[in-house]
Design a binder for this molecule. Sequence first.
Ligand code: CA
Length: 442
Amino acid sequence: MRAETARLPAAARLTKLGMRIDPGSRTLSRRFSLLPALIGAAMLALAGVASAQSQGAVEASFQQWLAAKVVPDAKKAGVSQGTLNAALAGLTLDWKLPDLAPPGAPKGREEPQRQAEFSGPARYFNEAKLAGLTTAGRARTQQWSKTLSAIEKRYGVPASILVAIWGRESGYGAAKIPYPAIRTLATEAFMGARKASFYPELIAALQILEGDHIPLSEMRSSWAGALGQPQFMPTKYLTTAVDFDGDGRRDIWESVPDVLASIANYLKQNGWEPGVGWGVEVVLPAGVACSLEGPDQGKPLAQWEAMGIRTVDGKPLAGRNGRRIGHLMMPAGRHGPAFIVSKNFYILKTYNNSDLYALFIGHLADRIRGGGAIRGAWDDVGGFKRSDVRAMQERLTARGVDVGNVDGLVGYKTRIAIGEWQQANGRPDTCFPDAALLKAIR
Ligand code: CA
């Protein structure tokens, strides 16, 4: 539904942004600190005036854009003049949002996060955070047991999965959802680095105001425009949110039944198969190649079992369902735990396209139902940068190897490519990068 990287603004990025669009900020003051105080102050004052003028000019073209483009497009989508008046009156740009590319700003800089230290998967599974979400999740499961049973019956998605997503996305509704959605989406659609993808979201948000009777003041989002407790983008809300408490409003901000049923409807629409678990932790024998992982290499459970794979409890995988398809999933290669997952694992990835996210949800759901911690240890993988991973991905891509997105992140295609390179070069396979390997892969 939205990239995991779109969740939190990087502090470094905000700093850079401040330097670019707010020349009176501390960052610029420091740059001029070696100049005589008087000259420095004069230059800062000049910079401030220039900035105020250019920001004013941008605000003016924003108003023109609202009137000439947004209003007609919204009306075509069925939004009334009254709703538009209420939503757009006095609307200004939010210059503090991350990921902006205002008119006239320099372009083509390296994204700061690519230079960031690579952070291994272990950090995603912080035990204190998991334990806290588990305790709260069990309490919420009890509190909402009747509602959850009714939702599970209607949509076929287990209560524990719904509660886990609710916990992960908004801390069971406790997380602040700080931004007014219309202002945020309008700013990103007008001058965001990815403005084309935000424009339909702005129009959709106006349609929500029109058709769903959600008050403007209640319609809040993340900085990236994700709405309410399930964190739906507005287009997704329009096709997916449901009114489960029957008050006539699809209120994913305040109504817990609407929140949980909307999440269930999302997973059902994307193909959740009732009665099938997401997956199970396994022990992978040394003789089974880690490069056999991923959604494109499913095998019947009986076949995985014949290769010597058992659950961490030593139990057989298949039972009576030997023909059911399972996929090997190793988010840290041999540097972390291994799983055999079902199609439903990949349905969880439609909520957020990350193996770690889907595993977090599946695991938290198991914990909420009384399960224990992941048994396999996560090695502390690191000591290199995302740009190092990216450079390796570029070299492999140039040789015709499919590594997936060349983004410095280690998705399953990159892991498989690494494992196959290791096998071809007579090395033990790990299916995960380390500092020496990143230099060796040419
Ligand atoms: Ca409702």
